[in-house]
Unconditional design. Sequence first.
Length: 751
Amino acid sequence: METTSRVIALIVFAWVCLPFSAEADPFTIEHGISMRWPVRAFDGRRLYEASPDNKFVAVVTRRGDIARDANVFELILFSVDALQKGDGWKNHLPDAQVVASFESTSNLDAITSARWIDSESIALIGQRADSASQVYLISVRTKAVKQLTHAREEVLSFAMHRSALVYNALESRQSETERRASRESNLWSVVNGVPLTEFMLPQSETGRAVVSFSTWFVDLSKASGVANREQRISAVAKGRRLNMKIWLSPTGREAVVLRVVKSPPTAWGEYVGYSRSSLALGDLNLMQFVNIDLDRRESRALLDAPTGTSFGHYWIPLEVFWRNRGTIVLTGQMLPLDSDSVRPEQAKLSAAIVEFDDRAHRPLRALPLTADDRGGPRGRFETIVHDASLDQLRLERRDSDGKISSFSLDLQREALRLQPTPSLRPGIDIVVSESLNSPPEYAVRVDGSTEQVFTDLNPQLRSLDMGVAEPFAWKDRENRGWKGILLMPPVKGASPPPLVIQTHGAGLNRFFMNGPTSLGDDGVFSAYAARPLAAAGIGVLQMEDIPVPRVNLAQEPQMALEAYRAAIRELSQLGRIDATRVGIIGFSRTCWHVRYALTHAPSLFAAAIVSDGLSMGYFEHLVTLDLSDDWGPYSYDVYGGGPYGAAADAWRREAPTFNLDKVAAPLRIEANSYPSLLGEWEMYAGMRWLHKPVELILYPTGAHQLKKVRERIASQSGTVDWFAFWLSGVEDNTPAKSAQYERWRALKAQH
C-alpha cells in the first residue's frame, strides 16, 4: 500500500501531451489494461465522498493486474486541507493514503456502493479473490477491514446504521443434481412464457440482469457472534439488479425496499406508458416502495401506486428520506389515481416528490413533475439529497446539453416548489480531468474555481508513443452532420493506411483509448482497441451514435450505412486512408447496423467484427421469445410484423441473415456468454454453410462489456490481429498464435 501511495503521489500536476520521439515504445493492449482509472464506486455511482467531519475525501481507482488475472480496486483518502491549498502544492501533489484494496476475478467490480458510516469508517460491498462479494467495514485510521456479512452468494445492495445492517443477497439457483431430481419428479413442464435460454442454458445468477434474491437483517447492537445475528427477513423474490436499493431509517428499525408488483390492480392500466395486457401478465419493471418493520418483520406497501421507473420516468431517481418530524419523503413516485393532491390527469402521467405520513399511511402532499420540469426530454435529475439541518431537498439536474442546474425544495413550506439555487457543491468538488489525448486524473475545484489536478495515476504512459486523436466531422449525402474521433498511426507510411470504423458513440471530451467512452467510465473492452490498432499502422474512426430517440427504428441501419460511406469517401478524398482497405466493428446494438452494411453494401468493407449484439434475424426473433418485453416490438417496428404473412417480404429484403449470400467481407463474431451464442449462431452458421470466411469466438462466462483481464486481452488482441491480417497482410509471429493464423489462412483460401 505504501508503494501505491508513493506512485500516486509523484511530483507532477497534470498530464501534458508532449511530442513523442520516434524511439518511444508503442501503446499496447497490456498498457491499456494496466492503467489506473477513476471509478464511480460510491453510493449512487458518485465519484467521491467527503467524510462527515469534512477532513478527508475518499476516491476509488481500478487497474488490471495481468500477472494475477484480476482487476484491483483501491480505496484512497486525501486530506481536505491539502486539497484546499491548490496552488500551495508547489513541487508535490497531496499525499494519497490507500486504506483498502480488493480484487475481482469475476465480471463484478471489486468495490461498489461505498459510503462513510461515520468520520472514521467506510462501508462498502467488496470482493476478494473468488469469494462472493460481502459488506465490509474499513477503519480509515487503522486500515482494519472487517467483514460484516457472510452471505452464501453475492451481496447486491445494503443500507447501514450504527446498530443495524440490511442487505439484499442472491439466492442460489438449483444445482444440476436438484434440477435432475426436479425433472424426474416432474416428467413434463409448461413452457409457455419461459425463455428458451432458461431450459437450454441454466447458469448461476451471478452477472444476470434479473435475479432471485432475499433480504437479510444484521443486528449490529448485539455482542453475540456475527453468525447469530444474520436473519432472513423476506421470502425469495425476483427482481432486476438495478432495483435493489435499500433505505434505512435514522433509528435503524425501519427499512424501505423496492419490490416487484406481481398482481397489479387493473386500474393501474390508466397510468400513461403501461398497457393493460402487460399488467395482466405482470412485469419485473413494475415496482413499489415497501416498508419493512425490522422489529416485527412485517412489510407493507407505502402507497397504492407504482414507482415512476415502472413507466419509464427514469429522469428522476428513486430516493427515500426521513424527516425529523416522522414523515417520509419519496422521490420518483407515481401518485395514487384517487389522490387528493393532484388532478387525475396529472396522477396518470407524472412522477412526483411525495411526503408520506407513515403512521396514518397516507400521502400528505405532492409535487408532480412532468417533461416541462426536467428541461426537455433528455434532462435528468442525477442527485437528490436531504439537508436535515435546513429540512430541504437539494437536487441537481443534467440537461440534454450536459449543463448542470441546481434546485432546492423547502419541506417546511406548505406548498412544495422547486427553486433554482447556486451549485450544490460549495467548497471542495472532485471531478475527473481528461481530454482526447490526456488520461483521466482526479482534479479539485475549490469554491467553483478552475480545476487543479491532484493525482498522477499513470506516469508510465509518458514514455509511450500513443498517437494523437482529433475530432473529425463530416456530412452524408442527405446533408446530415456526423462527428467522431480520428486516430491515425503515429508513424506515417509511404502510402495511406487502412482504416477501421468503430461504432456506438464518441466521447469527444473523454480520453480516447479503446472505444466508445460514452458507454462506460473507461471505454468498452469488447473488441474495441483504438490505440493498439493505431500502433499497428491502422487508422481508427470512432463514430458517434445515431440519435436513436429522434430516428425511426427501421431507418437506423440505412442511416448508419450512409454515415459509413460518407466518412470513407471524405477521408479517402483527403488522402488520409486507403478506401479499399476499410474494416468496421459493431458492438451490441450497432452489430445490427454493421451486419446490414455487410449484406446491403458488400464492397464497402474488407473485414469486419461484430461483438455480442443484435442481428434482427429470424433465429434471434425466435430464441428471444419471452426474454423481455422489447424483442417482439423491435421486430415489428423494423419489418412491419413477424417473419410471416404480409411482412415476410420485408424480412427477406431487409434482414441481414436472409441476405448472407451477398456478404463479401471476412467476419469475426464474438459471443460473450452462452445465451449470446444462440443469437450469434444464425449468421455464423449461414456463412459457414455458404463457405464464406467467418470465425466465432465464445467467452463462456463473459459480460456484455468484457471485464476479466484475460478475456479483454483475447478480445482486443484478436481485433488487432484480425484487421492486420485482412487489411495489411501482416501476421504476428508469436508462436502461441500459430494455430490462429493456420485457421485464417484457410479462411483466406476460400475468400
